[in-house]
Design a protein around this ligand. Structure first.
Ligand code: F6R
Length: 248
C-alpha cells in the first residue's frame, strides 16, 4: 500500500486538508459536486480544524460538497453529546458553509424495522450522486474501518453491526463506562468504501503501528478489514512516524 509518513499528525492533517481543498476547487471549476466520505473519532480532528481554518482564513467554500459519514452508534439521539451528528456539527459542519441538507450521517433514531430499508437508501443516495470521490478513514486498533469489525466481508453492505468488545472498551472512556457504551452501530459496508474513487486512511501514534503494518503489509483477510484496502487501486495511508514504526 502506498504510504505517506509525516513527522507528526499536524503536518499530515494539513497535507490531507490540502488534497481535499484541491479536489473541492477542481469540482467547483466544472460546476460539479464533491462527494466526501467522512469519519469521526480522534484521528480526523486535526484535519477538520485545518479545513475550518481554510474556510475562515483562505475563503475555501464547501457549498458544492455533499458528505456522507461512515457510521453512527445505534441507538443514538442526534443531540446527545456522544452522537457523531453532534461531533460533526461542532468540529466541522457548523463552522463552514456546507449546506446542512448536504450532510448525511446514519440515523441512530430508527426503529429496528426501519434500518435495512434506510441503509439501502443511504447507499442508493451515494450511488445516484456518482459515488464517493474521496473517502477519509481512521482505523480501529483491531483493524476496523467504519464499524466494519473483524469478520466483515469485502462485499458487506451498509448495515447494523455489533461492536467488538475492544471497540467498546476504546469508546467507553467517552461514555463513562462500558455499561453505558452502545453495543451496536450503523456503518457503511466495506463494499462502499472499496467503491470510493480515492481512499485516505489516517493513523497517528505508536498504538496504531501494529495494525498499520498488518493492514498495509499483512495477509488480506477479513480478520483485519483494513487489509482489504490493499486491493483498492487508489488508496494512501497517511500516517505519522510513530504509526509507521512497524512497517518493513
Ligand atoms: C469513525 C470510525 C472508526 C474510527 C476508528 C479510529 O467514524 O468509523 O473506524 O475511525 O475507530 O478511532 P480513533 O480515530 O478515535 O482512533
Amino acid at each position: 500500500i502506498n504510504t505517506k509518513i509525516f513527522e507528526n499528525s499536524f503536518s499530515a492533517s494539513k497535507a490531507v486538508a490540502k488534497e481535499i481543498a484541491t479536489l473541492i476547487k477542481a469540482k467547483q471549476k466544472t460546476n460539479d459536486h464533491c462527494i466526501l466520505g467522512l469519519a469521526t473519532g480522534s484521528t480526523p480532528k486535526g484535519l477538520y480544524a485545518e479545513l475550518v481554518r481554510m474556510h475562515k482564513e483562505d475563503g475555501l467554500s464547501f457549498k458544492n460538497v455533499i458528505s456522507f459519514n461512515l457510521d453512527e452508534y445505534y441507538p443514538m439521539e442526534p443531540d446527545s453529546i456522544h452522537s457523531y451528528v453532534r461531533f460533526m456539527k461542532e468540529l466541522l459542519f457548523d463552522q463552514i458553509d456546507i449546506l446542512p441538507s448536504n450532510c448525511h450521517i446514519p440515523d441512530g433514531t430508527l426503529t429496528k424495522k426501519q434500518i435495512s430499508k434506510y441503509c439501502a437508501e443511504y447507499e442508493q443516495k451515494i450511488e445516484s450522486l456518482g459515488g464517493i470521490d474521496l473517502q477519509i478513514l481512521g482505523i480501529g486498533g483491531n483493524g476496523h474501518i467504519g464499524f466494519n469489525e473483524a469478520g466483515s466481508l469485502q462485499n458487506s453492505k451498509t448495515r447494523l453491526v455489533a461492536l467488538d468488545h475492544i471497540t467498546r472498551v476504546a469508546a467507553s472512556k467517552d461514555f463513562s463506562g462500558l455499561s453505558n457504551t452502545p453495543r451496536t452501530a450503523i456503518t457503511i459496508g466495506v463494499k462502499q468504501i472499496m467503491e470510493a474513487k480515492r481512499v485516505i486512511l489516517m493513523a497517528w501514534g505508536e498504538g496504531k503501528s501494529n495494525i498499520i503494518a498488518a493492514s498495509a503489509e499483512g495477509e488480506v483477510t477479513n480478520k483485519v478489514p483494513a487489509s482489504f484496502l490493499q486491493e483498492h487501486d487508489n488508496v494512501v495511508f497517511v500516517i505519522d512516524k510513530a504509526a509507521a514504526k512497524k512497517l518493513t
